[in-house]
Every structure is written in structure tokens, then in C-alpha cells.
Ligand binder design. Structure first.
Ligand code: SF4
Length: 175
């Protein structure tokens, strides 16, 4: 019985690997299109722990209207590809942050907003504060305390440029 299960597992693993290889090969000629589409569909789930969240909210209000760049804040982590960390991350919140990040589908991007999310800000060197870059691959940093909505928009545009120029999305999908 055990041998039969092992054989079934190995066959299903081989089929899975073959399917993944096939999909990657099919997608390769469309890599430019994947990067283009991905860069214009950055849907951030916002991870707000402090005051930077107000500036993030203002970024998507009618005055700044960041949706015109193809970026739309989302609440459901399994439908988002970008996480914007707004504020201080304590050791307790770091665990929640990792859970949220792990649930997001790949290719996914991390943006750290504000001095607190970069290196602790006014809580620098506190015993309970961690830096997101120590456990997540942060792609873009937004300096300031708090950063203005224009700075958040600039980060979104920078991320878009990085995806297209460095072909980040297609590499993650096809390699
Ligand atoms: S960077 Fe400034 S505005 Fe942003 S969370 Fe820290 S203290 Fe608040």
C-alpha cells in the first residue's frame, strides 16, 4: 500500500513539474507584456500601524487620485501583489506582517513607507521595534515623517519603472 502511495506521489510530482515547465515556456515570449501588465496593476494592501496611514489614505483620495496610475488599494491579501508598510513594526506585528506577505500571490512587491518602516524612525533602537527589510525583500523606500502623498505616488511610479526595466515580474513567472 505504501509503495503504491509513493509511486502515485512521484507521478503526480513529475506531472506538476512538467506542467510548470510547459507554462513557463509558453509564457516566455510574452515576458514584456507580463511586465507591462504587472507594473500597471499594483494593488497594495496597506499594513497600517501608525500615522503614515493617513497620508496613504490621502494618496488615493480625489485630490491625488493615484488610481490613475493603475494602483488600487485592496483589503483582501490573496488578491494583492503589493504591500505598503506604513509605520512602526514591533516584534509582535512583524509576525502578522510575515503572515500577510506569505498569503500574497507572486510576483509580489514590498514598499516601506516612512522613517519608522525604514529603520524605526523616532523609535530607532527600541527593544521592541524591528526593521521590515530584515525579514522582507523591500523594493522601494519612501523617506519622510510622514511622507507626503506625492512621495507615495513617486514610489508607485518607481516600482512600475523597476518592474519594466529590470523585468522583475516576468523573471519571477518564467524562471
Ligand atoms: S514615519 Fe512619522 S508619520 Fe510615519 S508612522 Fe512614523 S512617526 Fe508616524
Amino acid at each position: 500500500m505504501e509503495i503504491a502511495i509513493e509511486i502515485a506521489n512521484s507521478i503526480s510530482n513529475k506531472i506538476m513539474r512538467f506542467t510548470i515547465k510547459l507554462v513557463k515556456r509558453i509564457l516566455k515570449p510574452f515576458s514584456g507584456m507580463i511586465d507591462w501588465a504587472n507594473s500597471y496593476s499594483l494593488w497594495p494592501v496597506h499594513f497600517t500601524t501608525s500615522c503614515c496611514g493617513c497620508e496613504f489614505a490621502a494618496t488615493y483620495d480625489p485630490r491625488f487620485d493615484s488610481e490613475r496610475y493603475g494602483s488600487l488599494p485592496f483589503t483582501h491579501v490573496r488578491d494583492t501583489n503589493t504591500i505598503i508598510i506604513e509605520g512602526t513594526i514591533s516584534k509582535k506585528m512583524a509576525k502578522a506582517l510575515k503572515v500577510v506577505y506569505d498569503q500574497m500571490p507572486s510576483p509580489k512587491y514590498v514598499i516601506a513607507m516612512g522613517a519608522c518602516a525604514i529603520d524605526g524612525g523616532i523609535f530607532y533602537n527600541s527593544y521592541n521595534v524591528v526593521k521590515p527589510r530584515d525579514f522582507l525583500p523591500v523594493e522601494v523606500y519612501i523617506p519622510g515623517c510622514p511622507p507626503r502623498p506625492e512621495a507615495v505616488e513617486n514610489a508607485i511610479l518607481t516600482m512600475q519603472r523597476r518592474i519594466r526595466e529590470l523585468r522583475i515580474a516576468s523573471k519571477k513567472v518564467t524562471e
